[in-house]
Design a protein around this ligand. Structure first.
Ligand code: ADP
Length: 450
């Protein structure tokens, strides 16, 4: 029954009761008008009291905790209670959905690798994610509603924020320490602003390295080209004797060779950087590798040095043969180039306690001062530029060696002391080393002199 039907039913019941009361009173009082009045009044009061009780129950529920259900009455009050409760539940659900969406949205911003800072029109922090807190040394809870300009005091940042010219990002020294941040501001809604920050330390470093590299390559190529141009002019303008002409041609050949070596080293580096990591299933005999490197060093030395090589390892290495040969060959070539005549060069191997293989080239050359050691494998870094160029060096050798070893999961280690020779070691990880036949693996003490 709907609430109107129930109301009519209640009214009829009240009328019936009123009539009953009126009839009973008429017999007793003998005053029909008064009896009728009392009957009507009783019926009305009855209806009012019933409505009052049910209305009071609904109001008590509305004033109190609406987590329990509304009073389950029939008729108008029941329908009202049901409708109000339903509207409330629907609103609660919509609110919960919105809260969840907001939470997910904030979590997504929180997960961003970039810093996000929301400011109101007075520069007060409305919200910030952890990355922004880290970038600007803020506390995401404590610093809420604080003016950002009181907390990030960099004049460049404050000016950028206040000038309102946000087309270009601002490059800011990282307030936490070394490095740089790229900061960009976007306005939205009514005076609100979004500050986005990104740590660009690595990008800046890579950009600086790229600039240095281009400058170095240009310099390295320009030098022999200038020399060649000079020789060409000389040959074109001066009458040279046959002997002078031959001498100039030899010098021109040297310069051309220097450029070719440089370009070839650059190509090697580019190739190493661009190709995938070598697999661990191509095995190379270590003894063959050591012998070839030693033979090449011997040829380059042409008897000027005493070269010894321990080539009885019975081991195999997993990797790219040409790359490993070039890495070890580079170390041996350097040893020959930098060690004065009569010096000693040792090419040896050793299995370390952790299973890694050490391939070392030790010489009795001039050695290298400690401050140069960390930078030796940088591109174009030379301790003695003129000595390097004199002996045909490009300054890229150790850089290539380091790349090769990194690609093979290993490393390049350098020990040297000024006046006490140098020891360059390639460390090959244990997973890339295996014995040809376990019983034959010796400690490599049986040196063979070449
Ligand atoms: P370069 O072509 O100049 O030899 P490398 O990258 O091979 O370039 O070596 C970098 C620098 O390290 C060299 O210029 C040289 O000063 C120093 N160096 C390398 N090997 C030796 C060594 N065996 N003894 C002394 N100095 C060395």
């Amino acid at each position: 029954m709907n609430w109107i039907g129930f109301r009519i039913f209640l009214a009829l019941v009240a009328i019936g009761l009123g009539a009953l009361i009126s009839l009973s009173l008429q017999a007793w009082l003998k005053m029909p008008v008064l009896a009728n009045l009392i009957g009507v009044a009783s019926a009305s009061v009855g209806l009012l009291v019933l409505d009052g009780v049910r209305g009071h129950r609904l109001l008590s529920w509305l004033r109190g905790n609406q987590e329990v259900s509304a009073p389950r009455d029939t008729g108008l009050w029941g329908e009202l209670g049901y409708r109000i409760e339903r509207a409330l539940r629907l609103r609660e659900q919509a609110l919960a959905r919105e809260r969840l969406q907001l939470q997910q949205f904030l979590s997504a911003i929180e997960a961003s690798p970039n810093g996000v800072l929301m400011l109101d029109a007075q520069d007060q922090i409305q919200w910030c994610n952890r990355v922004a807190a880290d970038h600007f040394s803020l506390d995401p809870q404590r610093d809420l509603l604080q003016r950002v300009t009181n907390l990030v005091r960099s004049p460049a940042f404050v000016d950028y924020l206040h000038q309102g010219l946000y087309a270009e990002p601002l490059l800011l020294a990282n307030p936490r320490g070394p490095g740089s941040l790229s900061v960009i501001v976007r306005s939205y809604a009514d005076g609100l602003r979004l500050v986005l920050s990104q740590d660009v330390t690595e990008r800046e470093r890579a950009e600086a390295m790229r600039r240095d590299f281009v400058a170095n390559v240009s310099h390295e190529i320009r030098t022999p080209l200038t020399v060649l141009t000079g020789f060409i002019e000389t040959m074109g303008s001066l009458p040279l004797t046959e002997a002078e002409r031959k001498r100039v041609i030899v010098l021109m050949e040297q310069q051309t060779q220097r450029m070719l070596t440089l370009v070839s080293d650059l190509l090697t580096l580019a190739q190493l950087e661009g190709s995938p990591r070598p697999g661990g299933d191509r095995w190379i005999a270590l003894d063959g590798l050591l012998s070839r490197v030693a033979a090449d060093a011997q040829a380059l030395s042409a008897g000027r040095h005493r070269i010894s090589c321990l080539a009885q390892s019975q081991l195999e290495l997993a990797g790219v043969e040409s790359e490993l040969l070039s890495a070890l060959g580079n170390l041996a070539t350097n040893a020959v180039r930098y060690t004065p005549d009569g010096g000693e060069i040792e090419i040896a191997w050793r299995l370390q306690s952790d299973g890694c293989l050490q391939l070392k080239v030790r010489d009795t050359g001039p050695g290298i001062a400690k401050e140069h050691l960390p930078r030796l494998s940088e591109r174009f870094y030379r301790v003695d530029g003129s000595r390097s160029r004199e002996t045909g060096g490009t300054g890229l050798g150790l850089s290539i060696v380091k790349h090769v070893m990194q690609r093979h999961g290993g490393s390049l280690e350098i020990q040297s002391e000024l006046g006490a020779g140098s020891e360059f070691s390639l460390i090959v990880p244990a997973v890339r080393v295996r014995a040809l036949a376990v019983s034959n693996v010796a400690d490599g003490t049986a040196a063979i002199s070449l």
